[in-house]
Design a protein around this ligand. Structure first.
Ligand code: AR6
Length: 171
């Protein structure tokens, strides 16, 4: 699977699902979570109240309501505590679980933000390697045809481009 890099606002993307960098309550917050709830409208929060939260490293699906995307997959990334609390395993798990949910629904396109790279403080280069590693894992017979990784700054876009080139050199 080829990963597509985009610099911009994930809430604007007309893909089957956008992934949210949520917290365990699934009741909204700042960063990309706040932007997704604003763009989706209040029905998203009402729906999320019924989901009963989500464990770190896991993900849950909701409709996209007023978003151009049909679904939101709410993934809960780890807070960075220095690396000794299985942050890397939990972060990779978010990407894998979101892909699994998308494929269970038969979705063809999905866009991810850089989970844990804002308020949760994950070091960007380490997170980029984990994200790209997880998104490049083979998924035989999966439905997804388009996997997009969204950078919210030119700096993040340049970092992702570099990590992606390094990763493809190793395959
Ligand atoms: N489109 C794409 N990427 C974005 C957007 C956007 N509109 N807005 C921010 N980013 P963060 P976290 C990038 O902080 O670190 C919330 O309060 C941002 O630049 O949104 O996983 C939740 O409720 C960064 O690279 O998520 C949790 O409590 C990346 O998205 C907590 O923050 C993730 O930054 C989760 O923290």
């Amino acid at each position: 699977m080829k990963i597509e890099l985009i610099e911009g606002d994930i809430t604007q993307l007309a893909v089957d699902a956008i992934v949210n960098a949520a917290n365990a309550s699934l009741l909204g917050g700042g960063g990309v979570d706040g932007a997704i709830h604003r763009a989706a409208g209040p029905a998203l929060l009402d729906y999320c109240r019924g989901l009963g939260g989500c464990a770190t490293g896991d993900a849950k699906l909701s409709p996209g309501f007023d978003l151009p995307a049909r679904y939101v997959i709410h993934a809960v990334g780890p807070v960075w505590h220095g690396g000794g609390r299985d942050e890397a395993g939990l972060l990779a798990s978010c990407y894998r679980r979101a892909l699994e949910l998308a494929e269970r629904e038969g979705l063809e396109s999905i866009a991810f933000p850089m989970i844990s790279c804002g308020i949760y403080g994950y070091p960007h280069e380490a997170a980029a390697k984990i994200a790209i590693g997880a998104l490049c894992e083979p998924r035989p017979n999966g439905s997804l045809k388009r996997v997009v990784l969204v950078a919210f700054s030119a700096q993040m876009h340049a970092l992702l481009e570099r990590v992606l080139v390094d990763a493809s050199g190793k395959r």
